[in-house]
Ligand binder design. Sequence first.
Ligand code: PLZ
Length: 445
Amino acid sequence: MSTVPQHRLLRTEIPGPRSQELQARKRAAVASGVGTTLPVYIERAGGGILVDVDGNQLIDFGSGIAVTSVGNSAPRVVEAVRDQVGDFTHTCFMVTPYEEYLAVCEALNELTPGTHAKRSALFNSGAEAVENAIKVARHATGRTAVIAFDHAYHGRTNLTMALTAKSMPYKHGFGPFAGEVYRAPMAYPYRWPTGPERCAEEAFAAFVEQVHAQVGETNVAAVIVEPIQGEGGFIVPAPGFLPKVADWCRQHGIVFIADEIQSGFCRTGDWFASEHEGIVPDLVTTAKGMAGGLPLAAVTGRAELMDAVHGGGLGGTYGGNPVACAAALAAIETMRAEDLNGAAKRIEAVMLPRLRDLAVTYDVIGDVRGRGAMLAVELVQGNGSTQPNPALTAQISAACHREGLVTLTAGTFGNVLRFLPPLVIGDDLLNEGLDIIEAALAAHA
Ligand code: PLZ
C-alpha cells in the first residue's frame, strides 16, 4: 500500500531532469496528438499528492480530470483490485457473467436520482456510455434527433464529437460528424446578454423555440446535458433552467439524459449534481469518479427505456470488466464510509470564500462558480472588460505548475482555471494550493 507523504516538496525544477528525459522519449514514441498538460511523470500518488520520478511531491488539484475522487490507490480499492486480479481478470460478461457486474448495476440503480425501476449497462469510457445512452434513447423512442448544448463536452468518438461543442482541439479536422445532432443555447449566467437574473427563463424560451422551429419536438429522441458543464468551463446552469428542460422533455416524450461523467459520485457534494435541483433524469451516464481510477462507465435509467433494446443490442468485450467492477464497489463503499459528499462540501467551504476574496482583489477574475469540489474561476481582461483572457489563464496555470500545484484549465474560450481536488485531500494542502494560486495572480494579473 502506498503511503504518500501529504506535503508539497520541490527537489528539482518542474519538470525535473528525469521527467524531461521521459518527455523526450514520449516525443519519439507517442503520437503527438496525445497531449500532456504538465509533463511531470508520476511514480506514486495518494491523498492530495502526486510524487514524480524526480522525487518532487505535487499538490493535486486535478484528480486525473475528476477521476481519483477517493484518492489514488485508495486502500479499499487496492485491496479489492488485488483480490479480483488473483481470482480472475476477464471472462466477458456477455459470455460467462459474474456477480461483481450485477453489484455495480444494483448500486447505480440505487444511488442515481429517482425511486423508479431502473436498469444499468456497463462500458469502458465516458464517451462509450454517452454513445450507448443515445442508442437506448433512439431505440426506445423510435426517433433520431438529439439536442446538445453550447459549451457541452461529451467525448471524442464520432457521435460524441458531434455532441461536443468546442472545435479546437476536439473536433478540428475530424469530421464529418454523426448526423441528427442539434445545438441549443446553454443558460450561462455570467455571459447571458441580458444578465444572470433573466438567464434561465430566456435560455429556456430560446431552447424551446429553436427545437420547435428547427427540429420539431416529435423528431427528438433525447436531450443530453451536463448538470454542471465540465470541459466547457464549469458552467453552472442558471437555477431553474434544467428543471424546465426536464419537464418539457417529459411533456414531449423526449428522453432527458444527464451526463454526470464529470459531476457524479460525490464531486459536487451530492451523489449526483442533478439532485441539487431535484431533477430525475430518464438516463444518467457515469464514469470517472465511480471506479477509483480504473476504466468503467455506465448508463443507468428507467427500466422501460433500458429494456426496450433487443437482447444482444448493447455490449462490448470489456464493458464491466471484473477488476474495474471490484474497484467501483470499493470506491462506492469508500464514498459511503468516509462521507465523501461531506468532504466535497468541506472543500467548497475552504476554497470558495478564498476564491471570492481573490475576485475582489483581482478584477481579472470575472466569475467564481461551481459546487463542492468542482470549482472554477473565469479569467477576463479586467478594467471593466469581460472579454476572455486565455493568455493569463495559461500563465497562471504554468506558474502553479512550476510551484508544484497541478491545476487544469477549461472553457470554450480557454479562460477558466478549474479545481478538482481528490475528495480526501487535507485542508492544509487546499490552503497551500490556494496560496500558490494567489501568488501567481499577484505576479501575473
Ligand atoms: N462526458 C461530461 O467530462 C470526459 C475529457 C478529457 P471519456 N472529460 C474529460 C479529454 O480531453 O479527453 C467526459 C466528460 C463528460 C463525457 C466525457 C468523456 O469521457 O472517459 O474521456 O470518454
